[in-house]
Every structure is written in C-alpha cells, then in structure tokens.
Design a protein around this ligand. Structure first.
Ligand code: ZN
Length: 170
C-alpha cells in the first residue's frame, strides 16, 4: 500500500506486478468499507480512499501542522489518528485475507509511523482477523520520499544491471 495524498496499491506476487484482467488490479482505494460514508472523488461513498488516504487524515490541516498537533497530544488530532489507524488495520486485514502476502506501507505515511503506531495497527488486526496469528507481514518502506519515481525507474535499472541497455530516443 502506498499511503500518499491519495491512496494506491500494487499487488506483487512471485516478484511480478499483477495487473489483472483489465489492468486495474490493486486499486484498493475504491473498495467501499464505510456504508454511506464520505463521498470519494470517484463519485461513490465510503471508499478506502475516504478513510485511509493522507488526504482523508489531514482534512484542512497541512501535513506538518497535523503532525505537530499529534506530537503535542492534541485530543481531536489524536482521535483522528486512532480512527485512521483503525481503518488502515481494517483495510490491511481485508487485503491480507484476500492476498496472504507481505504488506509494505509506503508514501508520506512511512516517515510518520512510529513503533507504537504499528503496534496499534497490529492490535486492531488481532481483533479483526479470524485467525490467531503472529502479525509478521507488515513492513514500512525504507524509502518514504520519491518512492513512486524510484519505483518507476526500477525496471530500467534492472535491465541496465542485466546488461540490456535501452536505446535513448532522439
Ligand atoms: Zn472511490
């Protein structure tokens, strides 16, 4: 899951991206998890986007302002944060039931997640999951900035390292 201003995800299996039959496998942001919830930019209501994106978390606050208030223990911000972590846990649990794979949380959120936050996500998942399990499948990206750009470059780097140079145009 890539937690950015908007939400996005990619499903990787056997080290390959799964595009799906129509090419939109992994568009988890528009799975509805809150019946009659907030309106999503897709036109529907209660999509994961409306509760798990940074956009949903921050509301009217700037990113730095929000996290400064969180550090200061602002009760309203802490409540928003806990609700956000709950919906993140709910989404991860649902995805994990569908795809029993590792999860890497990335995007802007990665640099904002502390061990206590991960513990909160795991605690929520333990309550939600039908399986008593050790939650060892959630990882936080070690590349929180520019990860989309770097990810887009990886196939070219892989080809370069394999000695398959791609000719430049022009
Ligand atoms: Zn939507």
């Amino acid at each position: 899951m890539n937690i950015s201003i908007h939400l996005g995800a990619t499903i990787i299996h056997d080290r390959k991206i799964l595009p799906g039959k129509h090419g939109y496998s992994g568009t988890i942001e528009h799975i509805q998890i809150v019946p009659n919830g907030k309106k999503c930019y897709c036109g529907r209501q209660g999509c994961i986007e409306t509760v798990c994106s940074m956009n949903a978390l921050l509301g009217e606050d700037e990113e730095d302002t929000f996290f400064e208030k969180k550090e200061a223990g602002d009760p309203a911000v802490m409540e928003r944060w806990r609700t956000y972590l709950y919906y993140l846990a709910l989404s991860i649990n649902n995805m994990h039931l569908l795809y029993n794979e590792d999860f890497v949380l990335g995007g802007y959120l990665a640099s904002r997640l502390y061990d206590a936050d991960l513990a909160c996500i795991c605690e929520n998942i333990e309550k939600l999951s039908p399986f008593p399990e050790n939650i060892d499948y959630i990882h936080v990206s070690k590349m929180p900035k520019h990860n989309i750009t770097i990810g887009a470059a990886l196939p070219y780097i892989r080809n370069f390292l394999a000695g398959e140079l791609i000719p430049m145009k022009g």
